[in-house]
Design a protein around this ligand. Structure first.
Ligand code: HEC
Length: 116
């Protein structure tokens, strides 16, 4: 019985420490492949079919240095409001109309998962 109680406590704690809005990387990946991959490539390497026509081209998001210096807020801002909101090119258009708050969290989490 005591063991059962312990097991219950561990399980309850595990649920309790999960952040309320844990971002869903897989859902983010699905959106990314639908909306972003034409330019950014499926894995965010900047090698989507449209990338060659873009100046500047989208960067390789798996780049460790970029991943280290960029903030979640920047990724989110550019995704929601478009490149010009962060001094980047307007060819990076805004996706706020297509993505709700959860989608944005998930897409940011997916981009974060791309680090080499
Ligand atoms: C029509 C092509 C296109 C599509 C579609 C597109 N992007 Fe971009 N994106 C770009 C280009 C080009 C840049 C680089 C802009 C620059 O460096 O000035 C960029 C830059 C970015 C950046 C900033 C990276 C940095 O260097 O700081 C983020 C974040 C980003 N895109 C996320 C997304 C997400 C998420 C989606 C899908 C919801 C998306 N993009 C869809 C073309 C696109």
């Amino acid at each position: 019985m005591r063991l059962l109680f312990k097991a219950f406590c561990v399980a309850a704690l595990a649920v309790a420490i999960q952040p309320a809005s844990a971002a869903d990387v897989e859902a983010g990946e699905t959106k990314f492949k639908q909306l972003c991959a034409t330019c950014h490539g499926d894995d965010g390497r900047g090698d989507g079919p449209a990338a060659r026509a873009l100046r500047p081209a989208p960067r390789d998001m798996s780049d460790a240095e970029w991943q280290e210096e960029v903030t979640d807020d920047h990724i989110r801002l550019v995704t929601e409001k478009g490149g010009p909101a962060a001094g980047l090119a307007p060819t990076m258009t805004a996706f706020g109309h297509a993505l709700d708050e959860d989608d944005l969290d998930n897409v940011v989490a997916y981009i974060r998962s791309l680090a080499d």
